[in-house]
Every structure is written in structure tokens, then in C-alpha cells.
Write a protein that binds this ligand. Sequence first.
Ligand code: NAD
Length: 482
Amino acid sequence: IPVDPFDLVIFGGTGDLARRKILPALFRRYCAGQIPSEARIVGAARAEYDDAGYRDFAAEAIREFAPGRTCEDGTLGQFLERLSYVTIDARGDTGWEDLASKLQPGRVRAFYFSVGPGLFGDLADRLHKWGVADADSRIVVEKPFGHDLASARALNHTLAAHFHESQIYRIDHYLGKETVQNLMAVRFGNMLFEPLWNAQYVDHIQITVAETVGVGGRGEYYDTAGAMRDMMQNHLMQLLCLIAMEPPARFEPDAVRDEKLKVIRALDEVLPHHIVRGQYDAAKGAEGDYPSYREAVGNPRSKTESYIALKTHVSNWRWAGTPFYLRTGKRLKARSSVISVMFKDTPHSIFGAEAGRHANVLTIRLQPNEGITLQVTIKEPGPGGMRLVDVPLDMTFAEALGPEGSDPPDAYERLIMDVIRGNQTLFMRGDEVEAAWAWTDPIIAGWVRRGEVPKPYDSGSVGPGDADLLIQRDGREWRGIV
Ligand code: NAD
């Protein structure tokens, strides 16, 4: 179903995110017939392009990052006709009238702030000063949303000067992933799971977001952030919220976000011995040598973590006593984002000790191979007596729902269309972001106070050995990186 006609302005339209994600996502939605032909997409950045030059830039990005789509010849050309460009410096006063002249009255109007957060205030001010934004316009802001509670508050305050909360779309692209939305469908669309979804039946929950890449070209930013700010405070926290929240009364933005906020506010302070920080070492790889973290960021004494594992609790009636183990890191053995809901063993085995202990596990895979698997225990086939084995009940996205060989839509496709539809359910509200920082800040302050240095770990490993001990001390094992 096509969305309403819209004008979308991409500030930072020549940047890495626009090239790799935003433009390819828009093209895919165009191929899917969701973008009406009246829609206009305007790139806006400092670089000097004309419309034709920007269309060339977009075509190249789409060929590289949206390859293999079944989009007949000519469709790319039609899509590109929707694109134009204005040269604008967010801190300057030229180009704004030109931008205003490109926008059409009576359309949904959205402004994607795909620039550094230091420019958000300038953009918000000038959009109003030049009358480009109106009371129905939407703005999309990228991570990082602040560096700590104080800066996130300041940023919220800056945006609130010109935009109502209902106009602000704070992106966490993890929420746009098909499997993450499926997690809500599985929880709240089935009778099977919700009655068991609590401390009485769930032994513990694990969330792993492992990357094989290092800091790459983002070293300068990353060294001021680290895994806690770059991943834990936003992506892993959002996943934890969706796992732990109470059923919202309706699948509506504020009903969902109210419940997520309650989870964040119920999180225990994390004790220092429940956190392991790591930093990757240099390694030799098939394609050459990988630099260490410190070399990659050009800071030989950096104390910033590229890995973090921690244990926390959600202190409310549903989850009291159930540990949540969260870990994320760079340059690990495999690229893998997995949530595991580990159910308890049966209270008594009627099959005797030799049948072993078996517990159900619900595994939600965000990448690779998006899907949900329920591990159930059955009798081992054959005449060998009553021996038990664990088998997966598998709901792999591509097999179950997509046409053969298809991938699930990229998170940005879903999220940008939600902005146009005016649906904020999968976007973070200002108070959620602030609450997440309020939980994160004391942890980071503790490291600084104690002068803590992260533990080195081998690139291509599963992270520092101490992270294994963190969970093994409780008689449990990590899952998710194989
Ligand atoms: P980038 O440096 O590649 O691009 C920045 C863009 O902003 C360019 O188009 C540049 O011309 C424009 N720009 C810079 N200063 C400007 C000014 N004064 N006025 C107008 N335009 C200006 O950055 P990016 O990687 O595309 O990231 C953009 C935003 O998205 C950042 O906030 C970043 O943290 C966030 N983000 C990026 C990624 C990613 O994968 N690249 C992922 C998550 C979040």
C-alpha cells in the first residue's frame, strides 16, 4: 500500500549513512510500490552538487548497496527523477529559500538529520527561521543521542524548542528489524509464551550482539564512546525492553513506550564485579594484519572498551531474581545478534538421570539468518529406549515468509516509511533515552573513578576470558557466538 505523497529532505544526503542505508532503503520501497510517484526526495549537504550530480551519486549508492533487487530496467531512472539537491551549510543562511521552493504544500514533510548531533540545533533553528518546517513536519534524528544524561537532556531541550515530541523520530535501527517486531508478535500474539514469560519459568535471558568488524573509520568518534555508549545504552537496552516489558494495552506508540520506560527504570544498578570490559588486540587475518584497537583509534593509551559484558536485573514482580546477561563487542569470532530466553528445567524428570536435563530455549536471531527458534525436547527416534534429545522448531524468516531467496526488508525501509505514516511506535521517546543514560552514567563514572583499564582480548575470539567467568560463576554458559 503506497504511503501518502511526501517530501523528504535528507540533511547529510552525501554522507555514509545516506549512501549505504537511506537512499537504498528508499529505492527498495519504491520498487515495492510503496512510494507514490508524487514523492520528492531532496539531498541537502555542504558539497556542491547539482540535481544531475546527486542523481548520479544516488544511482551509484543504490547499485552498490541495493543490488539484486527485482526492479525492472527503467525503475531506477524513474526513482531518480524524484531526487533533487540543494547545497546547504547547517550553520549558514544560504540555500534555505531554494530548499523551501522545492517543497510542496499539503504534503507530509520529513527532515532526516543524517549529520553529526552537533548540527541538530542549527538545523532545527534554521528550518523554523526560513519557514521550511511547519507544525506537522517530522524530524528524524540518528544516534548517538547524547553522550550522557546531561547532553541528552540538552539535545531534547534543543529539539523541543521547535518541535513537539510527536514530531521527533529518534532512530534505533534495531527496532526496525523484522525479527525484533516478530518478537512482539510472538510474545503478544500467542497464548503459548506469555504465561511462562516470568521469573517462575525463565531461568535467565541473554542478549549477544557480536561484530567481526573493528572500529574502522569511526575511530575518532568511537574512542570517545566505547561499547557502553555506542551499543549497550541504545541497541541492547531496547532489545532488553522488548523482552522484559509488560504487554502494552495497545500496539500504539505511547502505550509501547510507556512500558519500555518502566523496564529501564526498574533496572538495577550494575555492580562493578558484574561487568567485564575488553579491548581487542592486533591479529593476523586471511587478508592481512588487523591493527589493535589502540592502533585503530590512534590512541596508544586508550581506556575505551570495544567489548562489554554485564549482568543486571529488572527489579519488578515479573522478573525479580532473573538475571539478564548482555554482551557486545567488536572484532569477535562471528557476526551474530541473538537473544536467548532460557527456560527452567522441568521440576522433576520422570525419565531418570540418564535422560539428562533438558530445558526449552527460545532463540531470537537478528542476524545473520533472521528468525526465531524454539528448542523443544523429544524422544530420540529409534528403538534405543526413552532417550531425550533437543530439536529446534524453526521459524527462519526467509523460509517461512519471504519469497524464495529473499531477505527480510532492511530496518531503514520500515522505519522511514513509519516516519511518513506518522507512526512512532518503533522510535525512542525522549524520556526513554534519558532514562537509559541515567542507568549508564553511574557505570561509566565508576570506571573513570577507579581508573579501570579494559582487559585485552584476541581479535577473532569470543571476548575476554573474564566474560566467560561472569556467567560461569552462576553455573551458566554464553550462547550465540558459534
Ligand atoms: P558522514 O560524515 O559520512 O556524513 C555527514 C554528512 O553531513 C555529509 O553529507 C556532510 O556533507 C554533511 N554535513 C557535515 N557538516 C555539515 C554542515 N555544516 N551542513 C550541512 N551538511 C553537513 O556521516 P554519516 O556516517 O553519514 O553519519 C550521519 C549521522 O548518522 C551521524 O549522526 C552518525 O552518528 C549517524 N549514524 C551513522 C551510521 C553509519 O552507518 N554511517 C550509523 C548510525 C548512526
